[in-house]
Design a binder for this molecule. Sequence first.
Ligand SMILES: Cc1cc2nc3c(=O)[nH]c(=O)nc-3n(C[C@H](O)[C@H](O)[C@H](O)COP(=O)(O)OP(=O)(O)OC[C@H]3O[C@@H](n4cnc5c(N)ncnc54)[C@H](O)[C@@H]3O)c2cc1C
Length: 382
Amino acid sequence: MRSRSDVVIIGGGVVGASIAYHLANEGMSVTIIERDSVASHASGFSGGYLNPTSETGKLVPLHHQSFRMHRELLENVQEESGVDAQVLRMPHIELALTESGVQFQRTELERISPFPDFKTQWLEPDEIRKLEPRITDDVCGGVLVEDVIVLDSYNLTLALVKAAENRGAETLLREATGIIYENDRAVGVRMGQDRIDCDKVIVALGPWSGAASLWIGLDIPIVPQKGELLRLEGLDPKLEFHLRAIHAGTTCSVYQKGDGLVWLGATKEDGKGFDTVNSNQALRSLSEVAIRMLPELESRKLVLQTACLRPVTPDGDPILGNVPGKENLFIATGTAGQGVLLAPAIGKAMADLVSTGETDIDIAQFGFERFREKSTGLTGTS
Ligand SMILES: Cc1cc2nc3c(=O)[nH]c(=O)nc-3n(C[C@H](O)[C@H](O)[C@H](O)COP(=O)(O)OP(=O)(O)OC[C@H]3O[C@@H](n4cnc5c(N)ncnc54)[C@H](O)[C@@H]3O)c2cc1C
């Protein structure tokens, strides 16, 4: 273990990994501190679905920018690390299963079609069945969005860390227990009795970010949101589309990933704290929508059910940038259900901020300041 690094990143999920990769590419010495193992939580168990057209709100431009950055990053990072992120490009179809769904999806088409990077079109039921005859004949229409990305987010996170390590980054499997300050300037990170000194510290703790409130003296308003996914035996021939629909109040995606399995996901449950126990409710609700879309799935066996946690802020947007009132301390968290999609933009933006004090990537509106009036008035540990 080094006694000092230019930058210490606390948290070895996809956010910390992408920042480490970008910093290492800029020639900085980086240490990642991870309590469990790299990608052992949401970053390793996410759906790995990248589609910037599916969200609305302030983050839309950043989603699109990050999606474009993924194209280049994925090529480089897989080559540099030797890790296959199982990247697949496939068309997405948002299925309308009811007549009211048709109205909603036609409005969605109007919203999505101006995005320059994606070809879109309305599909009538017979066109949908021609593209994929296994889709239910009880479908009312759908929106086709060409060329979304599906990948393995566990492998992507490992690839980012491995590529960073190839450029000198170090990963410590330790629990961070505090930040060390000189006056209000971060100068190191504590791990129990041990410490590592550094010039800059980045907190990238995903849903555990709130635990760092005591370390920084401000309330970090992050709560965990539970999400569950199912993996079923693969279909033969392989399903070549990412499908999604809403049925009985549940939204579900169905797609066959590079591992050959059919993934169904994901649920969203607030107010469950750090509960990651698989539930029968998720099994039932996801299966029901998926079978409604693709009846053949009824015969597929369940291979794996997983539950993990999204980091969510009160306004749904991430917290990115400097920590107010502290020097050389940064935070990157609150990516909710889009952290894998956002990883390249966040990684580059945070690396720019840390190394030069500014970034061309527009993250200004996602600063911590917007929550500052809710400060606890806690004092930072040292
Ligand atoms: C079911 C589900 C499906 C999803 N699907 C998608 C998707 O299809 N596309 C997409 O873009 N996003 C998706 N997401 C969202 C995405 O997974 C998250 O936004 C992203 O993984 C968050 O990354 P992170 O690095 O911030 O957090 P995490 O992956 O949670 O990493 C935080 C790390 O911090 C470590 N840690 C905690 N405390 C300490 C400590 N004291 N010291 C050291 N280390 C510590 C933890 O062990 C953990 O490894 C999904 C999320 C869920 C739950």
